[in-house]
Design a protein around this ligand. Structure first.
Ligand code: NDP
Length: 480
Protein backbone atom coordinates (compact mmCIF):
# COMPACT_ATOMS: atom_id res chain seq x y z
CA UNK A 1 0.00 0.00 0.00
CA UNK A 2 2.76 2.36 0.91
CA UNK A 3 4.19 2.00 -2.60
CA UNK A 4 1.32 4.01 -4.09
CA UNK A 5 0.28 7.63 -3.57
CA UNK A 6 -3.38 6.56 -3.31
CA UNK A 7 -5.39 3.41 -2.75
CA UNK A 8 -7.87 4.61 -5.36
CA UNK A 9 -7.75 7.24 -8.09
CA UNK A 10 -11.12 7.95 -9.71
CA UNK A 11 -11.16 9.65 -13.11
CA UNK A 12 -14.53 11.34 -13.59
CA UNK A 13 -16.71 13.18 -11.06
CA UNK A 14 -20.20 12.19 -12.20
CA UNK A 15 -22.77 10.21 -10.23
CA UNK A 16 -20.88 6.91 -10.44
CA UNK A 17 -17.37 8.24 -9.81
CA UNK A 18 -18.36 10.49 -6.89
CA UNK A 19 -20.32 7.71 -5.17
CA UNK A 20 -17.50 5.18 -5.58
CA UNK A 21 -14.91 7.67 -4.30
CA UNK A 22 -16.97 8.55 -1.21
CA UNK A 23 -17.85 4.99 -0.29
CA UNK A 24 -14.28 3.78 -0.83
CA UNK A 25 -12.96 6.63 1.32
CA UNK A 26 -15.41 5.63 4.06
CA UNK A 27 -13.60 2.27 4.30
CA UNK A 28 -10.44 4.17 5.26
CA UNK A 29 -8.90 4.12 1.79
CA UNK A 30 -6.87 7.10 0.56
CA UNK A 31 -8.82 8.36 -2.44
CA UNK A 32 -8.35 11.04 -5.11
CA UNK A 33 -10.73 12.11 -7.86
CA UNK A 34 -10.08 14.16 -11.01
CA UNK A 35 -12.79 15.98 -12.97
CA UNK A 36 -12.06 18.40 -15.81
CA UNK A 37 -15.55 19.83 -16.01
CA UNK A 38 -18.07 20.34 -13.22
CA UNK A 39 -18.61 17.91 -10.37
CA UNK A 40 -21.91 16.08 -10.77
CA UNK A 41 -21.33 15.02 -14.37
CA UNK A 42 -23.94 14.51 -17.04
CA UNK A 43 -26.83 13.71 -14.66
CA UNK A 44 -26.51 16.75 -12.44
CA UNK A 45 -25.04 19.34 -14.78
CA UNK A 46 -26.33 18.56 -18.29
CA UNK A 47 -28.76 15.66 -18.03
CA UNK A 48 -31.38 14.23 -15.69
CA UNK A 49 -31.58 17.07 -13.17
CA UNK A 50 -31.82 20.15 -15.41
CA UNK A 51 -33.95 18.11 -17.85
CA UNK A 52 -36.44 17.21 -15.11
CA UNK A 53 -36.64 20.82 -13.98
CA UNK A 54 -37.40 21.74 -17.59
CA UNK A 55 -40.08 19.05 -17.66
CA UNK A 56 -41.68 20.66 -14.59
CA UNK A 57 -41.50 24.10 -16.22
CA UNK A 58 -43.05 22.81 -19.43
CA UNK A 59 -45.97 21.09 -17.71
CA UNK A 60 -47.43 24.33 -16.40
CA UNK A 61 -48.93 25.24 -19.77
CA UNK A 62 -51.44 22.39 -19.59
CA UNK A 63 -51.91 22.93 -15.86
CA UNK A 64 -53.01 26.52 -16.47
CA UNK A 65 -55.56 25.35 -19.04
CA UNK A 66 -56.76 22.59 -16.72
CA UNK A 67 -57.00 25.01 -13.80
CA UNK A 68 -59.47 27.12 -15.76
CA UNK A 69 -61.58 24.05 -16.44
CA UNK A 70 -61.53 23.37 -12.70
CA UNK A 71 -62.93 26.81 -11.96
CA UNK A 72 -59.82 28.88 -11.39
CA UNK A 73 -59.78 32.32 -12.89
CA UNK A 74 -56.38 32.38 -14.62
CA UNK A 75 -55.12 34.25 -17.67
CA UNK A 76 -52.66 32.93 -20.24
CA UNK A 77 -49.20 33.47 -18.80
CA UNK A 78 -46.02 33.81 -20.85
CA UNK A 79 -42.94 31.74 -20.20
CA UNK A 80 -39.80 33.70 -19.34
CA UNK A 81 -36.82 31.56 -20.40
CA UNK A 82 -34.07 33.90 -19.06
CA UNK A 83 -35.76 33.94 -15.64
CA UNK A 84 -36.12 30.16 -15.57
CA UNK A 85 -32.63 29.42 -16.88
CA UNK A 86 -31.10 31.85 -14.36
CA UNK A 87 -32.80 29.97 -11.55
CA UNK A 88 -31.81 26.67 -13.13
CA UNK A 89 -28.14 27.68 -13.18
CA UNK A 90 -28.30 28.81 -9.57
CA UNK A 91 -29.71 25.40 -8.63
CA UNK A 92 -27.01 23.57 -10.60
CA UNK A 93 -24.32 25.66 -8.87
CA UNK A 94 -25.84 24.66 -5.53
CA UNK A 95 -25.90 20.98 -6.45
CA UNK A 96 -22.32 21.10 -7.70
CA UNK A 97 -21.38 22.60 -4.33
CA UNK A 98 -23.18 19.77 -2.56
CA UNK A 99 -21.18 17.20 -4.55
CA UNK A 100 -17.91 18.98 -3.74
CA UNK A 101 -18.87 19.19 -0.10
CA UNK A 102 -19.67 15.49 0.03
CA UNK A 103 -16.29 14.59 -1.45
CA UNK A 104 -14.41 16.96 0.83
CA UNK A 105 -16.35 15.70 3.82
CA UNK A 106 -15.27 12.17 2.89
CA UNK A 107 -11.64 13.33 2.69
CA UNK A 108 -11.40 12.61 -1.04
CA UNK A 109 -8.68 14.76 -2.64
CA UNK A 110 -10.15 16.60 -5.65
CA UNK A 111 -8.17 17.57 -8.75
CA UNK A 112 -10.14 20.01 -10.90
CA UNK A 113 -8.41 19.04 -14.08
CA UNK A 114 -8.21 16.37 -16.73
CA UNK A 115 -6.43 13.13 -15.89
CA UNK A 116 -5.36 10.25 -18.10
CA UNK A 117 -3.68 6.92 -17.62
CA UNK A 118 0.08 6.77 -18.01
CA UNK A 119 0.47 3.22 -16.74
CA UNK A 120 -1.43 0.40 -15.10
CA UNK A 121 -1.08 2.13 -11.71
CA UNK A 122 -0.29 5.63 -12.89
CA UNK A 123 -2.31 8.74 -13.69
CA UNK A 124 -0.98 11.94 -15.28
CA UNK A 125 -2.81 15.20 -14.63
CA UNK A 126 -3.19 18.03 -17.15
CA UNK A 127 -0.69 20.14 -15.19
CA UNK A 128 1.95 17.46 -15.77
CA UNK A 129 1.94 15.91 -12.31
CA UNK A 130 2.07 12.12 -12.20
CA UNK A 131 0.62 10.14 -9.37
CA UNK A 132 0.20 6.45 -8.58
CA UNK A 133 -2.67 4.39 -7.22
CA UNK A 134 -3.23 0.78 -6.28
CA UNK A 135 -6.58 0.86 -8.09
CA UNK A 136 -7.82 3.19 -10.79
CA UNK A 137 -11.53 3.66 -11.56
CA UNK A 138 -12.55 5.16 -14.90
CA UNK A 139 -15.96 6.86 -14.68
CA UNK A 140 -15.67 9.40 -17.49
CA UNK A 141 -19.22 8.97 -18.85
CA UNK A 142 -20.21 9.76 -22.39
CA UNK A 143 -20.99 12.63 -24.72
CA UNK A 144 -23.72 13.34 -27.29
CA UNK A 145 -22.82 12.69 -30.91
CA UNK A 146 -23.94 14.37 -34.12
CA UNK A 147 -24.50 12.33 -37.28
CA UNK A 148 -21.74 12.50 -39.84
CA UNK A 149 -23.02 14.85 -42.51
CA UNK A 150 -22.02 18.23 -43.94
CA UNK A 151 -22.90 21.12 -41.63
CA UNK A 152 -23.87 18.85 -38.73
CA UNK A 153 -22.02 21.33 -36.49
CA UNK A 154 -25.00 23.69 -36.93
CA UNK A 155 -27.17 21.35 -34.90
CA UNK A 156 -27.22 21.63 -31.13
CA UNK A 157 -26.79 18.58 -28.92
CA UNK A 158 -28.48 18.08 -25.56
CA UNK A 159 -25.60 19.80 -23.69
CA UNK A 160 -26.33 23.02 -25.62
CA UNK A 161 -30.01 23.20 -24.67
CA UNK A 162 -29.24 24.31 -21.14
CA UNK A 163 -27.10 27.23 -22.39
CA UNK A 164 -29.56 28.76 -24.86
CA UNK A 165 -29.84 32.52 -24.40
CA UNK A 166 -33.39 32.51 -25.74
CA UNK A 167 -35.85 29.90 -26.86
CA UNK A 168 -36.06 29.35 -30.61
CA UNK A 169 -39.45 29.94 -32.22
CA UNK A 170 -39.14 26.65 -34.08
CA UNK A 171 -36.88 23.64 -33.68
CA UNK A 172 -36.22 20.44 -35.58
CA UNK A 173 -35.33 17.54 -33.30
CA UNK A 174 -33.63 14.58 -34.96
CA UNK A 175 -33.86 11.17 -33.28
CA UNK A 176 -36.46 8.96 -31.66
CA UNK A 177 -34.78 7.91 -28.39
CA UNK A 178 -35.12 9.11 -24.81
CA UNK A 179 -33.49 12.49 -25.36
CA UNK A 180 -35.26 13.36 -28.63
CA UNK A 181 -38.72 12.53 -27.28
CA UNK A 182 -38.20 14.17 -23.91
CA UNK A 183 -36.96 17.44 -25.43
CA UNK A 184 -39.70 17.41 -28.07
CA UNK A 185 -42.27 17.40 -25.24
CA UNK A 186 -40.38 19.88 -23.06
CA UNK A 187 -39.83 22.45 -25.80
CA UNK A 188 -43.38 22.06 -27.09
CA UNK A 189 -44.64 22.69 -23.56
CA UNK A 190 -42.51 25.83 -23.34
CA UNK A 191 -44.15 27.17 -26.50
CA UNK A 192 -41.62 26.25 -29.17
CA UNK A 193 -42.95 24.95 -32.49
CA UNK A 194 -41.46 21.43 -32.54
CA UNK A 195 -40.85 19.22 -35.55
CA UNK A 196 -39.32 15.79 -34.94
CA UNK A 197 -37.72 13.47 -37.50
CA UNK A 198 -37.17 9.82 -36.65
CA UNK A 199 -35.58 7.57 -39.24
CA UNK A 200 -37.39 4.39 -38.10
CA UNK A 201 -41.02 3.28 -38.19
CA UNK A 202 -41.83 4.21 -34.58
CA UNK A 203 -40.13 6.26 -31.83
CA UNK A 204 -38.55 4.70 -28.71
CA UNK A 205 -37.16 1.61 -30.42
CA UNK A 206 -36.78 -1.35 -28.09
CA UNK A 207 -39.68 -0.47 -25.81
CA UNK A 208 -43.16 -2.05 -25.80
CA UNK A 209 -44.92 -1.49 -29.13
CA UNK A 210 -48.31 -0.42 -27.78
CA UNK A 211 -46.71 2.00 -25.35
CA UNK A 212 -44.60 3.51 -28.14
CA UNK A 213 -47.67 3.91 -30.33
CA UNK A 214 -49.68 5.67 -27.64
CA UNK A 215 -46.83 8.03 -26.73
CA UNK A 216 -46.33 8.95 -30.40
CA UNK A 217 -50.09 9.55 -30.84
CA UNK A 218 -50.26 11.69 -27.72
CA UNK A 219 -47.22 13.72 -28.73
CA UNK A 220 -48.81 14.41 -32.12
CA UNK A 221 -52.18 15.14 -30.49
CA UNK A 222 -50.48 17.78 -28.34
CA UNK A 223 -49.05 19.45 -31.45
CA UNK A 224 -45.61 17.96 -32.05
CA UNK A 225 -45.08 17.57 -35.79
CA UNK A 226 -43.61 14.05 -35.75
CA UNK A 227 -42.35 12.60 -39.03
CA UNK A 228 -41.55 8.88 -38.95
CA UNK A 229 -39.26 7.25 -41.51
CA UNK A 230 -37.70 10.65 -42.06
CA UNK A 231 -34.20 12.06 -41.83
CA UNK A 232 -32.26 15.14 -42.87
CA UNK A 233 -30.65 14.79 -46.27
CA UNK A 234 -29.12 18.26 -46.42
CA UNK A 235 -28.65 21.20 -44.07
CA UNK A 236 -27.03 24.60 -44.51
CA UNK A 237 -26.98 27.82 -42.54
CA UNK A 238 -30.16 29.74 -43.29
CA UNK A 239 -29.39 32.66 -45.57
CA UNK A 240 -30.39 36.11 -44.41
CA UNK A 241 -33.60 35.59 -46.43
CA UNK A 242 -34.49 32.69 -44.24
CA UNK A 243 -33.58 34.21 -40.89
CA UNK A 244 -36.13 36.97 -41.26
CA UNK A 245 -38.95 34.73 -42.48
CA UNK A 246 -41.58 34.11 -39.80
CA UNK A 247 -41.96 30.49 -38.77
CA UNK A 248 -45.35 29.97 -40.48
CA UNK A 249 -44.00 31.30 -43.76
CA UNK A 250 -40.72 29.44 -43.60
CA UNK A 251 -41.82 26.67 -45.95
CA UNK A 252 -40.69 28.40 -49.13
CA UNK A 253 -37.96 27.19 -51.45
CA UNK A 254 -34.38 27.40 -50.19
CA UNK A 255 -31.75 29.66 -51.67
CA UNK A 256 -30.13 26.69 -53.41
CA UNK A 257 -28.78 28.87 -56.22
CA UNK A 258 -26.54 30.73 -53.79
CA UNK A 259 -25.86 28.28 -50.96
CA UNK A 260 -24.70 29.86 -47.75
CA UNK A 261 -21.07 29.17 -46.89
CA UNK A 262 -20.55 26.35 -44.37
CA UNK A 263 -20.32 28.48 -41.30
CA UNK A 264 -22.38 29.23 -38.22
CA UNK A 265 -22.70 27.84 -34.74
CA UNK A 266 -24.87 25.24 -33.01
CA UNK A 267 -28.33 26.72 -32.51
CA UNK A 268 -28.18 29.04 -35.52
CA UNK A 269 -31.12 28.99 -37.95
CA UNK A 270 -30.74 26.18 -40.46
CA UNK A 271 -32.26 25.40 -43.84
CA UNK A 272 -33.10 21.72 -43.94
CA UNK A 273 -34.04 19.37 -46.75
CA UNK A 274 -35.64 16.15 -45.53
CA UNK A 275 -35.96 12.68 -47.01
CA UNK A 276 -39.76 13.16 -47.20
CA UNK A 277 -39.33 16.18 -49.46
CA UNK A 278 -39.88 18.82 -46.78
CA UNK A 279 -37.67 21.90 -47.21
CA UNK A 280 -37.79 24.63 -44.63
CA UNK A 281 -35.90 26.84 -42.23
CA UNK A 282 -35.83 26.05 -38.53
CA UNK A 283 -34.71 28.51 -35.89
CA UNK A 284 -32.59 25.69 -34.47
CA UNK A 285 -31.83 22.00 -34.98
CA UNK A 286 -31.21 19.58 -32.11
CA UNK A 287 -29.45 16.29 -32.77
CA UNK A 288 -30.51 13.69 -30.20
CA UNK A 289 -28.89 10.90 -32.17
CA UNK A 290 -27.17 8.97 -29.41
CA UNK A 291 -24.20 9.20 -27.08
CA UNK A 292 -20.69 7.75 -27.16
CA UNK A 293 -18.33 6.76 -24.31
CA UNK A 294 -15.60 9.20 -23.28
CA UNK A 295 -12.57 7.01 -23.97
CA UNK A 296 -10.55 9.07 -26.44
CA UNK A 297 -7.09 10.29 -25.55
CA UNK A 298 -7.23 8.68 -22.12
CA UNK A 299 -4.15 6.46 -22.49
CA UNK A 300 -6.43 3.44 -22.11
CA UNK A 301 -5.24 1.16 -24.89
CA UNK A 302 -1.60 2.05 -24.20
CA UNK A 303 -2.14 0.79 -20.64
CA UNK A 304 -3.72 -2.44 -21.94
CA UNK A 305 -7.41 -1.60 -21.35
CA UNK A 306 -9.62 -3.21 -24.01
CA UNK A 307 -11.94 -0.94 -25.95
CA UNK A 308 -15.06 -2.30 -27.69
CA UNK A 309 -16.52 -1.56 -31.11
CA UNK A 310 -18.55 1.44 -29.89
CA UNK A 311 -15.59 2.96 -28.09
CA UNK A 312 -16.66 1.58 -24.72
CA UNK A 313 -14.37 0.12 -22.06
CA UNK A 314 -14.86 -3.64 -21.94
CA UNK A 315 -15.37 -4.89 -18.37
CA UNK A 316 -16.39 -8.12 -16.66
CA UNK A 317 -19.29 -8.62 -14.22
CA UNK A 318 -17.22 -6.91 -11.50
CA UNK A 319 -16.47 -3.84 -13.68
CA UNK A 320 -12.83 -4.94 -13.98
CA UNK A 321 -11.08 -4.14 -17.27
CA UNK A 322 -8.47 -6.26 -19.05
CA UNK A 323 -5.94 -4.64 -16.67
CA UNK A 324 -6.50 -6.04 -13.13
CA UNK A 325 -5.76 -2.72 -11.36
CA UNK A 326 -8.14 -0.72 -13.57
CA UNK A 327 -11.94 -0.78 -13.26
CA UNK A 328 -14.62 1.16 -15.14
CA UNK A 329 -18.25 2.03 -14.33
CA UNK A 330 -21.12 4.00 -15.82
CA UNK A 331 -21.74 5.20 -19.37
CA UNK A 332 -18.08 4.78 -20.35
CA UNK A 333 -18.75 1.01 -20.26
CA UNK A 334 -21.97 1.37 -22.31
CA UNK A 335 -23.88 -1.30 -20.39
CA UNK A 336 -27.13 0.25 -19.16
CA UNK A 337 -26.64 4.00 -19.46
CA UNK A 338 -28.66 5.26 -16.52
CA UNK A 339 -27.50 7.23 -13.46
CA UNK A 340 -28.78 4.79 -10.81
CA UNK A 341 -27.05 1.95 -12.64
CA UNK A 342 -23.71 3.81 -12.62
CA UNK A 343 -24.18 4.36 -8.87
CA UNK A 344 -24.93 0.65 -8.36
CA UNK A 345 -21.83 -0.24 -10.35
CA UNK A 346 -19.75 2.11 -8.20
CA UNK A 347 -21.09 0.57 -4.98
CA UNK A 348 -20.48 -2.97 -6.27
CA UNK A 349 -16.90 -1.97 -7.21
CA UNK A 350 -16.22 -0.74 -3.68
CA UNK A 351 -17.82 -3.84 -2.18
CA UNK A 352 -15.63 -6.03 -4.39
CA UNK A 353 -12.32 -4.19 -4.14
CA UNK A 354 -12.37 -2.46 -0.74
CA UNK A 355 -14.67 -4.69 1.33
CA UNK A 356 -13.44 -8.10 0.14
CA UNK A 357 -16.96 -9.07 -0.93
CA UNK A 358 -16.96 -9.82 -4.67
CA UNK A 359 -20.25 -8.36 -5.93
CA UNK A 360 -21.35 -8.63 -9.55
CA UNK A 361 -23.65 -5.89 -10.82
CA UNK A 362 -27.25 -6.98 -11.29
CA UNK A 363 -28.41 -5.55 -14.62
CA UNK A 364 -31.61 -7.57 -14.72
CA UNK A 365 -35.08 -5.97 -14.49
CA UNK A 366 -34.10 -2.33 -14.25
CA UNK A 367 -37.09 0.02 -14.09
CA UNK A 368 -36.80 3.29 -15.99
CA UNK A 369 -38.86 6.24 -17.10
CA UNK A 370 -38.96 8.36 -20.22
CA UNK A 371 -40.10 11.85 -19.25
CA UNK A 372 -42.28 12.47 -22.24
CA UNK A 373 -45.76 13.96 -21.91
CA UNK A 374 -47.41 11.60 -21.14
CA UNK A 375 -44.67 9.96 -19.11
CA UNK A 376 -43.60 6.36 -19.70
CA UNK A 377 -42.58 3.99 -16.92
CA UNK A 378 -41.34 0.55 -17.82
CA UNK A 379 -39.72 -2.56 -16.40
CA UNK A 380 -38.97 -5.96 -17.88
CA UNK A 381 -39.85 -7.44 -21.22
CA UNK A 382 -41.91 -5.74 -23.88
CA UNK A 383 -44.74 -7.81 -25.33
CA UNK A 384 -42.64 -8.35 -28.45
CA UNK A 385 -39.59 -9.57 -26.50
CA UNK A 386 -41.66 -11.81 -24.24
CA UNK A 387 -43.53 -13.41 -27.15
CA UNK A 388 -40.20 -14.44 -28.69
CA UNK A 389 -39.20 -16.05 -25.41
CA UNK A 390 -42.25 -18.02 -24.22
CA UNK A 391 -46.06 -18.20 -24.34
CA UNK A 392 -47.54 -15.11 -22.69
CA UNK A 393 -50.83 -13.51 -21.68
CA UNK A 394 -51.22 -9.79 -22.25
CA UNK A 395 -53.31 -7.71 -19.87
CA UNK A 396 -53.80 -4.18 -21.13
CA UNK A 397 -56.14 -1.27 -20.71
CA UNK A 398 -56.17 2.23 -22.14
CA UNK A 399 -58.53 4.93 -20.91
CA UNK A 400 -59.07 8.66 -20.44
CA UNK A 401 -57.93 9.54 -16.93
CA UNK A 402 -60.35 11.38 -14.69
CA UNK A 403 -58.27 14.51 -14.12
CA UNK A 404 -57.65 15.52 -17.73
CA UNK A 405 -60.99 14.13 -19.00
CA UNK A 406 -62.79 16.54 -16.63
CA UNK A 407 -60.72 19.36 -18.11
CA UNK A 408 -61.80 18.31 -21.60
CA UNK A 409 -58.43 17.05 -22.76
CA UNK A 410 -58.32 13.93 -24.95
CA UNK A 411 -55.35 12.35 -23.09
CA UNK A 412 -55.23 8.58 -22.78
CA UNK A 413 -53.20 6.43 -20.42
CA UNK A 414 -52.10 2.82 -20.76
CA UNK A 415 -51.51 0.09 -18.15
CA UNK A 416 -50.05 -3.15 -19.39
CA UNK A 417 -48.81 -6.39 -17.88
CA UNK A 418 -46.97 -9.08 -19.80
CA UNK A 419 -47.47 -12.39 -17.97
CA UNK A 420 -45.78 -15.76 -18.44
CA UNK A 421 -48.41 -18.43 -19.15
CA UNK A 422 -46.32 -21.08 -17.50
CA UNK A 423 -44.94 -19.44 -14.34
CA UNK A 424 -47.63 -16.70 -14.06
CA UNK A 425 -44.81 -14.25 -13.33
CA UNK A 426 -45.22 -10.68 -14.50
CA UNK A 427 -42.41 -10.41 -17.06
CA UNK A 428 -43.05 -6.80 -17.99
CA UNK A 429 -45.02 -3.80 -16.75
CA UNK A 430 -45.53 -0.76 -18.96
CA UNK A 431 -47.31 2.41 -17.92
CA UNK A 432 -48.01 5.48 -20.04
CA UNK A 433 -49.55 8.06 -17.74
CA UNK A 434 -48.81 11.24 -15.80
CA UNK A 435 -46.27 10.32 -13.09
CA UNK A 436 -45.64 6.89 -14.63
CA UNK A 437 -42.04 7.18 -13.41
CA UNK A 438 -43.25 7.30 -9.82
CA UNK A 439 -45.63 4.38 -10.41
CA UNK A 440 -43.08 2.10 -12.06
CA UNK A 441 -40.63 2.57 -9.20
CA UNK A 442 -43.17 0.87 -6.92
CA UNK A 443 -44.55 -1.68 -9.38
CA UNK A 444 -40.90 -2.47 -10.15
CA UNK A 445 -40.36 -3.83 -6.64
CA UNK A 446 -43.09 -6.42 -7.16
CA UNK A 447 -41.80 -7.37 -10.61
CA UNK A 448 -38.23 -7.63 -9.34
CA UNK A 449 -39.45 -9.86 -6.49
CA UNK A 450 -40.98 -12.21 -9.05
CA UNK A 451 -44.63 -11.35 -8.39
CA UNK A 452 -47.22 -13.34 -10.33
CA UNK A 453 -50.36 -11.99 -11.94
CA UNK A 454 -52.27 -13.54 -9.05
CA UNK A 455 -50.11 -11.58 -6.57
CA UNK A 456 -51.15 -8.41 -8.37
CA UNK A 457 -54.80 -9.57 -8.30
CA UNK A 458 -54.66 -10.28 -4.56
CA UNK A 459 -53.73 -6.65 -3.92
CA UNK A 460 -56.72 -4.40 -3.24
CA UNK A 461 -57.14 -1.45 -5.59
CA UNK A 462 -56.49 2.09 -4.39
CA UNK A 463 -59.51 4.00 -5.59
CA UNK A 464 -59.86 6.27 -7.49
CA UNK A 465 -56.42 6.18 -9.08
CA UNK A 466 -55.07 5.38 -12.52
CA UNK A 467 -52.73 2.71 -11.16
CA UNK A 468 -55.58 0.68 -9.66
CA UNK A 469 -56.08 -0.77 -13.14
CA UNK A 470 -52.84 -2.71 -12.61
CA UNK A 471 -54.61 -4.91 -10.05
CA UNK A 472 -58.08 -5.05 -11.59
CA UNK A 473 -57.43 -6.38 -15.11
CA UNK A 474 -59.32 -9.69 -15.04
CA UNK A 475 -58.95 -11.25 -18.52
CA UNK A 476 -56.06 -11.17 -20.94
CA UNK A 477 -56.68 -9.08 -24.06
CA UNK A 478 -54.71 -11.68 -26.01
CA UNK A 479 -52.40 -14.62 -25.63
CA UNK A 480 -49.35 -15.20 -27.76
P1 NDP B 1 -30.72 6.69 -27.97
O1 NDP B 1 -29.70 5.72 -28.41
O2 NDP B 1 -31.79 6.29 -27.04
O3 NDP B 1 -31.45 7.29 -29.27
C1 NDP B 1 -30.73 7.77 -30.36
C2 NDP B 1 -31.73 8.05 -31.46
O4 NDP B 1 -31.08 8.67 -32.56
C3 NDP B 1 -32.37 6.77 -31.99
O5 NDP B 1 -33.72 7.07 -32.26
C4 NDP B 1 -31.59 6.51 -33.26
O6 NDP B 1 -32.31 5.82 -34.23
C5 NDP B 1 -31.31 7.92 -33.73
N1 NDP B 1 -30.13 8.04 -34.57
C6 NDP B 1 -28.90 7.56 -34.34
N2 NDP B 1 -28.06 7.90 -35.35
C7 NDP B 1 -28.79 8.61 -36.22
C8 NDP B 1 -28.50 9.23 -37.46
N3 NDP B 1 -27.29 9.19 -38.00
N4 NDP B 1 -29.50 9.88 -38.11
C9 NDP B 1 -30.74 9.91 -37.57
N5 NDP B 1 -31.07 9.35 -36.41
C10 NDP B 1 -30.11 8.71 -35.74
O7 NDP B 1 -29.89 7.92 -27.46
P2 NDP B 1 -30.28 9.21 -26.65
O8 NDP B 1 -29.26 10.17 -27.09
O9 NDP B 1 -31.70 9.57 -26.78
O10 NDP B 1 -30.03 8.77 -25.14
C11 NDP B 1 -28.80 8.15 -24.77
C12 NDP B 1 -28.99 7.32 -23.54
O11 NDP B 1 -29.10 8.18 -22.42
C13 NDP B 1 -30.25 6.49 -23.50
O12 NDP B 1 -30.10 5.25 -24.13
C14 NDP B 1 -30.50 6.34 -22.04
O13 NDP B 1 -29.80 5.22 -21.58
C15 NDP B 1 -29.93 7.60 -21.46
N6 NDP B 1 -31.00 8.55 -21.12
C16 NDP B 1 -31.92 8.19 -20.17
C17 NDP B 1 -32.94 9.04 -19.83
C18 NDP B 1 -33.94 8.63 -18.82
O14 NDP B 1 -33.70 7.70 -18.06
N7 NDP B 1 -35.11 9.26 -18.77
C19 NDP B 1 -33.07 10.36 -20.44
C20 NDP B 1 -32.07 10.64 -21.43
C21 NDP B 1 -31.08 9.76 -21.74
P3 NDP B 1 -32.48 4.22 -34.21
O15 NDP B 1 -33.53 3.90 -33.20
O16 NDP B 1 -32.91 3.90 -35.60
O17 NDP B 1 -31.15 3.66 -33.87
Amino acid sequence: MADFDYDLFVIGGGSGGVRAARVAAATGAKVALAEDSRLGGTCVIRGCVPKKLMVFASEYREMFADARAYGWDLGDGAFDWPRFSGQLNTELDRLEGVYRGLLEGSKVEIFDQRAKLSGTHEVTLADGRTTSAKHILIATGGHPVRPEMPNAHLGMVSDDIFHMEKLPRSILIVGGGYIACEFACILHGLGVEVTQFYRGAQILRGFDGEARGLIADQMQERGIDLHLGTNIVEMTPAGSDHVSVPVEEGMGPPATETPAPPEGRPGDPVWVKASNGMERVFDAVLFATGRAPNTRDMGLEEAGVKIGRRGEIVVDDFSQTAVPSIYAIGDVTNRVNLTPVAIREGMAFVETVFKGNPTPVDHDLIPSAVFTQPEFGTIGLSEEEARDQEPVEIYCTSFRPMQSAFAGRPDRVLMKLVVSKETRRVLGCHIVAPNAGEMIQLAGIAVKMGATKEDFDRTVAVHPTMAEELVTMKSPVRTA
